[in-house]
Ligand binder design. Structure first.
Ligand code: ZN
Ligand code: ZN
Length: 406
């Protein structure tokens, strides 16, 4: 057995040995989910688990985000590993005995597992401190589910000192077999923006529409015109999704209402198309409305940017995963995921990669397993040892070799 294989095997073995702690922490966080940017109980659990380790903890002022910095015995590069801590505002219906005890909150995106895996990775890497040249920054962030937690931590300056050279995050998915890690270079996840269109006409009697200005058919025309805009004006090889998700107007069958309000989401995988669609939604809505003597007010609320993986970062994760879990454990993702991630803000600053790791529940078909954000989402805790080992192997490989040549 080579030196490399011995080192890697011992990482997985160390992660397996820590499984009781990894599982206990995950379940404790799972039972007490917290939402948004304020996750003090979860952070307290993280701090308690890290107590006594040779880590420097730093917190910001705008949210409960914290970094824990491990200084290796020798100087070198700095690598960041991310774990998110927040849950989703939804009731839990998973058939498990450590179900959420907080009404209307559930760890349905696996952030409980992410936090716990990152804590265990910190424990293992601290134990190997004497062999580490460089620094490892463990980023515990709240507010991933639409609250821009990563951006708040960046704005707090938490990622300025020490300066980060590369950053990596791992997200669980029940829709991949246990032990499989996947990522791709370039766009890994979409941007996610919200939009609102208010069409204003003039109210009247339903029997005499010519004396009113009915915004209802105009709103319907805007919905279909937006779909024509997407298919006719956007490059099929740089896809986007525009979904009008709600449409509300009118109060009674014999009344022409004055306004119709529509809301929707826009997903894109390039900033170029994202900008083009922002302009397009505005142009289409305003001009369709104008054609019918209505007025459209368009508001676009920018969400997370596109998550762009650095090709070298993906190559590094691939090497780390294959070295750690075997050749078959890494799969290049064939396409981006249209969901969004605020790790995108970190990857705008430093090269790195966001990867997914399979946690399909035992006995389930990974293609049919309840996905992230399902009220019945479950994960196979055995896979957490793989996640811990992947974190450790990625950090060690980067500190040893840096990013591979592109
Ligand atoms: Zn999520
Ligand atoms: Zn998530």
């Amino acid at each position: 057995m080579s030196d490399t294989a011995t080192r890697h095997n011992s990482l997985l073995a160390a992660a397996e040995a820590l499984q009781p702690e990894t599982i206990a922490l995950r379940r404790a966080i799972h039972e007490e989910p917290e939402l948004g940017l304020d996750t003090p109980k979860t952070l307290a659990k993280v701090k308690a688990a890290l107590a006594g380790l040779p880590l420097t903890l730093k917190e910001g002022s705008s949210c409960t985000g914290m970094i824990a910095v491990l200084d290796g015995a020798k100087p070198g590069r700095t690598v960041l590993l991310r774990g998110d801590m927040d849950a989703l505002p939804m009731p839990e219906d998973a058939p498990i005995d450590f179900r959420s005890k907080v009404q209307g909150a559930m760890h349905a995106c696996g952030h409980d597992a992410h936090t716990s895996m990152l804590v265990s990775a910190a424990k293992i890497l601290c134990a190997r401190r004497n062999d580490i040249a460089g620094r490892i920054v463990f980023m515990f962030q709240p507010g991933e589910e639409g609250h821009h937690g990563a951006k708040f931590m960046l704005d707090d300056g938490l990622l300025d000192d020490p300066k980060i050279d590369a950053a990596f995050a791992l997200h669980i998915t029940p829709n991949l077999p246990v032990g499989v890690v996947t990522a791709k270079a370039g766009a890994m996840m979409a941007s996610a923006d919200e939009f609102e269109v208010i069409v204003r006409g003039r109210g009247g009697h339903s029997s005499m529409p010519h004396l009113a200005v009915d915004p209802m058919p105009v709103a319907c025309e805007i919905v279909t015109a937006l779909q024509a805009f997407v298919t006719r004006r956007i490059d099929a090889f740089d896809p986007c999704v525009v979904t009008v998700s709600t449409i509300n107007g009118g109060t009674a069958q014999n009344v022409i209402g004055e306004t119709v309000r529509m809301t929707g989401t826009l997903r894109a995988i390039s900033e170029q198309t994202r900008t083009k669609v922002h302009e397009g939604i505005r142009r289409v809505a305003e001009n369709v409305a104008r054609a019918h003597e209505c007025k459209a007010e368009v508001e676009i609320k920018p969400g997370f940017p596109v998550t762009i993986n650095d090709a070298r970062g993906v190559a590094l994760v691939e090497a780390a995963v294959k070295g750690e879990l075997g050749e078959k454990a890494f799969m290049r993702a064939p396409a981006p995921v249209m969901g969004a991630e605020d790790f995108s803000y970190v990857l705008q600053r430093v090269p790195g990669a966001m990867s997914f790791i399979g946690v399909c529940p035992e006995g389930a078909d990974f293609r049919l397993a309840c996905p992230c954000h399902s009220n019945k989402m479950e994960l196979n805790e055995a896979a957490m040892a793989h996640g811990v080992a992947v974190h450790c192997a990625t950090a060690e490989l980067f500190l040893r070799d840096g990013l591979p040549a592109g």
